[in-house]
Write a protein that binds this ligand. Structure first.
Ligand code: SF4
Ligand code: SF4
Length: 385
């Protein structure tokens, strides 16, 4: 009932805010609202979310009453009591669904945004939430078939490899599926469609950013300094992820817990604490109302770094610009969640080929002159004007 009433309240609000309005993307008063312009309401919400993630990761015992709320759902899905991670998964999925409906209302009339939003709701609900729970009920590994290493940082951890290898044919299939995603699917699909296929259509982190985070996309830092920091940070995290995985695999195959005098368990613990708890959770989501909705994807996600390298150097995806039509209003740059100064390219009639672009398409959606177009290769056919 608690979750149901919250959902109903949200729908009533969205109905008043979007459904009764005429069509067209409305960002009216976004820089005057305390919630969406780093005002006191935004700071309160950010502090609450940061606090929630700290409790979730480090003091889950304080969530016991919340966990009990979702016990009935857990019993129905996997036959056992809920854990704090089940609570988190339920809330995460519900938030993407509810805020996804807000996206559908806000961007109605825009087929790209409509299909993309339905896609992230589907992948989160079916692949990240329901199927893993059903697998657990069947005594199989609760595997999320769309989660890809290195975002899925513990895929190669010893306990996970052992679980998969002890789960018969299905376990071996999961192991090969996970590896095939890394070495075949990521380069191949990114070559044809850019990183948007994953970051804006499939990924759970991207799904939350695109739905819950939509009211905050204008808060991303567009400065050159931020771009520099972004490149250093995201590639450093990728290197850290590779080293961490190398260390755990070394332990798995050799049985030794030390490599060049460094304990592999300490590398694993540092990665878990710094990257997956603090960066991805506390900062990545808690800072939506303060630093925009893609802090994690932009500065921290090692998979985004890998996808970005393929997109930048070996992909047909680009945003073409019809510079002659640009009136320099700056809407595109303002609403780019990845901090890309889209207008700079539009004014010059240059293609936008950036490693960080997640292909959300919002820059094209908010452009009043139809200057921007997301394309997959020159044969798709538009020349810059
Ligand atoms: S450039 Fe456009 S499509 Fe790319 S991330 Fe920014 S708003 Fe989204
Ligand atoms: S939103 Fe369109 S018209 Fe405005 S600056 Fe960007 S490309 Fe130019």
């Amino acid at each position: 009932m608690s979750f149901g009433l919250m959902t109903l309240g949200a729908f009533l609000y969205f109905y008043g805010a979007y459904a009764r309005e005429t069509r067209g993307i409305k960002n009216n008063h976004i820089f005057h609202s305390s919630m969406t312009s780093r005002g006191w309401l935004g700071i309160v919400l950010g502090s609450f979310m940061i606090g929630f993630y700290i409790v979730l990761y480090f003091y889950p015992e304080y969530l016991t009453n919340w966990v009990l709320l979702v016990d009935p759902i857990s019993y129905r899905l996997n036959g056992g009591p809920a854990s704090h991670w089940f609570l988190y998964g339920t809330m995460y999925t519900l938030v993407i669904a509810v805020m996804g409906i807000r996206m559908l209302l806000k961007y109605r009339g825009n087929p790209y945004q409509t299909i993309r939003t339905i896609s992230v709701i589907f992948f989160q609900t079916a692949l990240a939430f329901i199927i893993p729970e059903i697998l657990i009920a069947l005594n199989k590994p609760g595997y999320d078939f769309k989660n890809i290493w290195p975002l899925d940082y513990d895929f190669f951890y010893g306990y996970h490899l052992n679980t998969l290898m002890e789960s018969g044919m299905l376990g071996w299939f999961m192991l090969f599926w996970g590896i095939a995603l890394i070495i075949i699917a990521v380069p191949l699909i990114t070559y044809f469609y850019g990183k948007r296929w994953y970051c804006s259509w499939v990924c759970g982190c991207g799904g939350l950013a695109e739905t819950l985070g939509d009211p905050y996309r204008q808060l991303s830092d567009k400065s050159l300094t931020a771009w520099k920091i972004e490149r250093w940070m995201v590639h450093s995290v990728l290197v850290f992820a590779v080293l961490n995985t190398g260390a755990v695999l070394y332990t798995f195959f050799s049985g030794s817990y030390s490599i060049l005098g460094i304990g592999t368990e300490s590398i694993k613990a540092s990665y878990g604490f710094l990257i997956s708890s603090i960066f991805a959770g506390v900062v990545g989501t808690g800072f939506y109302p303060l630093m925009g909705n893609r802090v994690w994807c932009r500065f921290g996600c090692p998979l985004a770094a890998y996808l970005g390298i393929v997109q930048r150097f070996k992909s047909k995806f680009r945003i073409t610009t019809n510079g002659g039509q640009c009136i320099s209003c700056g809407n595109c740059s303002t609403y780019c969640e990845m901090g890309i100064d889209v207008r700079w390219y539009a004014q010059r009639g240059q293609n936008i080929v950036r490693a960080s672009c997640v292909g959300c398409g919002i820059c094209a959606a908010v452009c009043p002159r139809g200057v921007l177009k997301l394309e997959n290769g020159i044969e798709a056919g538009r020349i810059n004007g």
